[in-house]
Structure formats: C-alpha cells, structure tokens
Design a protein around this ligand. Sequence first.
Ligand code: AMP
Ligand code: ZN
Length: 487
Amino acid sequence: MAAMIRLHNTLSGRVEEFVPIESGSVKLYTCGPTVYDFPHIGNWRSYVFEDLLKRLFLYRGFRVLHVMNITDVDDKTIRGANAKGVGLDEYTKPFIEAFARDRDVLAILPADVYPRATAHIEEMVVLIEALLRKGFAYRKDGSIYFAIDKFPAYGRLSKINLEDLRPGSHADADEYAKESVHDFALWKAPKEGEPVWETRIGPGRPGWHIECSAMSSRYLGRTFDIHCGGVDNIFPHHENEIAQSEAATGVTFVNYWVHGHHLVVDGEKMSKSKGNFYTLTDILEKGYDPLDVRYLLVATHYRKMLNFTFEALDQARTARRRIGNFLGELRAAAQDGPSDPAVVRMVDEARAGFVTGLEDDLNISEALAAVFTLIKSAYPLLTRSEMTKADGSLISEFVAEADKVLGVRPSPVVSASGKINATSELSGAVTVIEAEILAKIEARQKARAGRDFKRADEIRDELLEAGIVLEDTKDGVRWKRTGPPKS
Ligand code: AMP
Ligand code: ZN
C-alpha cells in the first residue's frame, strides 16, 4: 500500500492530503516546553499526539527531521528565576531534565534537535534586522515591535477579526487573548531584573514568538512541511510566527498546521488552585504504569478534547493488559502446522484497518478497533487450541508492527546511568506494574553505583522471586519475565 496520509490543516480548516516538499521526507517542527515548571499531563497530551504523527510517518516509510524548541527565556521563566533569586540557566535546568525523563518514560521518540532559545539569539537578531529593513517592524522606547497592519495575511490562521484593531497599539506581554490583538514585541528593551543581550539591534531580550521562526528555519529551512502544537498555540503564537517568517522571507512558512486539542481534568481546565493539576510523576505515584498514561493520551482523537479522569486511566490500563495477556497466550500456542488462511486474512484485514484509520487524519478509534477486532476473532482459535505456532507468530508480528506506531507496549530498558529508555519490543503479559519493576531496577543501579553490592544482589533476588530476570548489557539493564507473571 502506498502511503496517502491525510491531515487536518488549521490554515484551510480542512482535512487535506499530505504532499511533502521533498518526496519521502517530512520536516516537522513542534512547539516544545516553556521550562518554567514541570510539564503537566496536558503538555504530554500534545507531545504524545505529535509522537503518534511522527511514528506514523516513520512506519509508512518517510524520513522525519523533527525539531522541538526549548523556551528557556520568556516572561514566565524570567519571573520564576527572579522569584527564586537564581539565573535563568540554573532555574530552567531541572525542568529541562524532567522533560527529558518523562519523555523517555512515555516512550516518546526524541526529536533530532532540541534548540534552546538562549542559544539562538543571533538567528533571532538576523530575522529582526530583516523585518526592520523591510518595514514590517518599528522601534519604540528601546523595544522592537511587529506592525501587524503591514502584513495583510495576519489573522488567516486563527481567523481573527481585525476590524477593531487600532494601528500602532502594541504591548510587551508574550501571551494575550484574541480580544486584545495588537502589535507584538519582537525584542524587548532592557528592564530591571531581566537578562540582557548586547546585540546589533541594541541591548535587550527576545519576545517569545521570534524564537520559533528563527530556530525552525535554521534547522528546517524557510519553508517546511508540518508545524504542530496545542490549540492554545494558534493565537497569538503561531499567527505571529507566520507573520514574522513570511514577512521576512517572502515565501510560505509552513504547508500544514496541525493542532491538538486540550486535555482537561474532570471536565475542567487544570489549575493548581483547583487541585486538579497533575504532572506525570503525580500519576505514577498512584501506581500506574507510564504506558497506561500514554495509552490514555493516544486513544482519543487528537482533535477532540480529552477529559482526564482516573476511571478513564483504569480503562486504559485494562485495554493494555488485554493486549498483553493476549500476547502471552499467543506465545503458548504450540500446534505445529502451516498458518490457517483464515488467520492470514484476519491479520491482513487488521493491518489494512489499522493503516487506513491512522492515515485518515490519525483516526485512532478505527486503528485500535482493527487491533481489538483481531484479538476478538483470534481468541476462539486459542481457546479451542486450534492456533498453530505459525498463526501465533503472524498475529504477534502484526501487533508488534502496530506498536511501532502506538508505542504502548515497550519493554523498558534502564541504561547504566539509571536513565530510563524505552524500546518498542513487546514483552509478556502485564500484571506486575512495570513502574514498580523500573523503580527496583533503578534502586539496584543506585546501590551498585554506591558499591553496595549486597543490597544490589538483594534487589536482583527480590525481582527474581517475582519472576523478573535482569540482564546487564552494554546498553544498560534489560528485564525479562521468566514465566507467567505473578500478580
Ligand atoms: P508550554 O510549555 O505552555 O509552552 O506548552 C507546551 C505545549 O503543550 C504546547 O504545544 C501547548 O499547546 C501544549 N499544552 C499546554 N496546555 C495543554 C493542555 N491542557 N492540553 C494539551 N496541550 C497543552
Ligand atoms: Zn513555538
């Protein structure tokens, strides 16, 4: 089957066939974390949807060049650093580390480049110089603003109404609502308590929006294929990115704008004051496996609002276990003989349904239905002991293939440094929570690093008792089940 991927493009408001700029390759930019706090599960919903999209392209044979920025200077990071009385670097470091750790735990494939805003000031200066030269930007009180009335296409992405716009009204805040549309700051004049860069356009620091225009073109070129983010990024962030980039270069900035809808908790926006604000760690501490969380995030179509509840997370856990238990039983299929043509047909249909679903604007319900229909149809053969080994491998190979895109059944590998990586291998049935196993493996790594070999061996033995055998490899520690899992 040739790949024909269709995606909803916010710019046109329609689902369109994806045609890459360069055949067989996708240049993808996804807005990354503003590292002023730990990422919350809403952020992870956006990153997981982007990962699903990227994995689909990889599965369908595309090369993907993926760039995700790290916003390490903006109003929020500066405010946080000042409140703590530390420099930006020191303030943002733990949040950047937490982002990378959670990303690995959620089996999100890393981007090719994670450019940091503070490391790309020169690229931003070059862009702002071009905007000044071409008359799209003006100086005021040491700051530089983008004049949106000079760019007629302003508002096309977010479909805002510019009728009430007062030309020249401007403001400095990085974030603002559609109702207060105005000229936005490209470069902000030095201010008490803010970091300052001495540059050709004068001293100051960048506004938030300019970094994504500057860094995306640095790594992906002036025009690239896909730009993603959550719906809150549409205005003003992405609208401003288009204005900055297209005004400076005179060419189309991005061909497909793909936005994921938000996650809410118990039907409400997450907020610390409401007590419904969760980081991934908050959820894992309740005993869930990170991949239960991934399953939950992946299983709702990206353009629908996702209401996070613990009941929904329990259902996600059950669905994952169903796949795991099924694979465990498949492995027990011991009959010799050729594969049954009916099974071959079942697998072909499942594959076709899975691919067709995902290629249709990531229709995840259809894709998952294809996998579960296969499980349902295969069970009677298993219970009647009519499944041959050949049938069993055919089915489990398809599930492994599907998991390359879904990423919900990886067997985790803990590297020697204690950092958790994830590979897309399929492991056995899940009844012992993988997060617990990982925690033990990490504790053993720590004990070994502290030369407490007695404790390290005790932990290894405890795991063995629970049916988990550890293997020290050059890439770190791998774990396997020795037999049917004990709950
Ligand atoms: P930020 O760190 O706020 O710059 O956001 C990083 C990414 O998370 C952006 O793509 C946002 O659109 C996305 N995001 C923020 N809040 C949510 C939410 N509640 N649900 C889904 N995505 C979100
Ligand atoms: Zn951005």
